[in-house]
Write a protein that binds this ligand. Structure first.
Ligand SMILES: O=C(O)CCC(=O)C(=O)O
Ligand SMILES: [Fe+2]
Length: 320
């Protein structure tokens, strides 16, 4: 990574949040605050998710997207009723007005049986996962990684509470029984003659509270620098996640923390694989401006919304 880039997107060592020393934890909070207020993006290191597990996630993701089309389509998320399973190429348009995204995906969420009261009640995105039957070990890998990323997201939420000078467990009602989505993504190489504006992932902000992103070595992720209007690269750094603040934190903080635009253009000439984990939180929580994020004379930029309402609207907007 170039030195200038390192200066732009900060690196936060998350292990400090586990320190018994409150000053060390608060120092991590300060770093998160600076990152949230600037680009809303940072690299996170010293998470304790094993490299071997991360490698298995990428290997199994490649195996999934290498399945014959018929097998992938048998897991089409259109068949699921709760947005789980396979999403074909060009199914989503993250950037309004741009061509559909040049990516295919696979969605995994909290696995709930059909008789769970929340599923029976028809809550948005609640239900069972769809699993490929021809890939031994796939489900175990994804279950293990889902649990690890879920726990890490909970730690980051504690850090964000500290960053906002709130009690560390302030977001506990949001973290308890949280919804989250693990998304496997596969981007073919950008075609030599793309349609105007065609990208792997059009410019968008993420819908949830935070996103923990793993990417392979291809590069291609770009983050908007709102001050200069330029796109800055967020290349992979081994051993780290790229973490970004999503729309819910922007709403909570009245825009003090940025849910920043980002996009993917896979210019590597090869297949690109990435794995975002969206921590969307407890669907019943009402997200509204935190009192300590409202300066004198300011009014809330966003009306209160439940997590569930917000997510349903974001899906409607980008899937049509
Ligand atoms: O593939 C990536 O690097 C980013 C994906 C992304 O931004 C998303 O799925 O929201
Ligand atoms: Fe995103």
């Amino acid at each position: 990574m170039s030195a200038s880039l390192q200066a732009v997107l900060p690196l936060v060592d998350i292990s400090g949040l586990s320190s018994p020393d409150p000053l060390v934890r608060t120092a991590v909070g300060h770093q998160l605050r600076a990152a949230g207020e600037r680009h809303g993006f940072f690299y996170l290191c010293n998470h304790d998710i094993p490299t071997t597990l991360i490698e298995r996630v990428f290997a199994d993701s490649e195996r999934l997207f290498a399945l014959p089309e018929g097998e992938r389509m048998a897991l089409d998320k259109a068949l699921s009723g709760c947005n789980r399973g396979y999403e074909p190429l060009r199914a989503q348009t993250l950037e309004a007005g741009a061509p559909p995204d040049l990516k295919e995906g696979f969605y995994i969420g909290v696995d709930l049986p059909a008789d769970d009261p929340r599923v029976v009640a028809g809550k948005f995105n609640h239900g069972p996962n769809q699993w490929p039957t021809s890939l031994p070990g796939f489900r175990d890998t994804m279950d293990a990684y889902f649990a690890a990323a879920y726990a890490l997201a909970g730690r980051v939420m504690r850090g964000l509470a500290l960053s906002l000078e709130l009690p560390e467990d302030h977001f506990a009602p949001f973290v308890d029984d949280a919804s989250a989505t693990l998304r496997l993504l596969h981007y073919p190489p950008q075609p030599p003659n793309p349609s105007p504006g065609e990208k792997g992932c059009g410019a968008h902000t993420d819908f949830g509270a935070i996103t923990l992103l793993l990417q392979d070595q291809s590069g291609g992720l770009q983050v908007l620098d709102a001050d200069s209007g330029e796109w800055i690269d967020a290349p992979p750094i081994p051993g780290t996640f790229v973490v970004n603040i999503g729309d819910l934190i922007a709403r909570w903080t009245n825009g003090r923390y940025h849910s920043n635009l980002h996009r993917v253009i896979n210019l590597s000439g090869r297949e690109r694989y990435s794995v975002p984990f969206f921590f969307t939180g407890n669907p019943d929580v009402v997200v509204e401006c935190l009192p300590n994020c409202l300066g004198p004379g300011e009014s809330p930029q966003y009306p209160p919304v439940t997590v569930e309402q917000h997510l349903a609207e974001c899906y409607r907007r980008t899937y049509g």
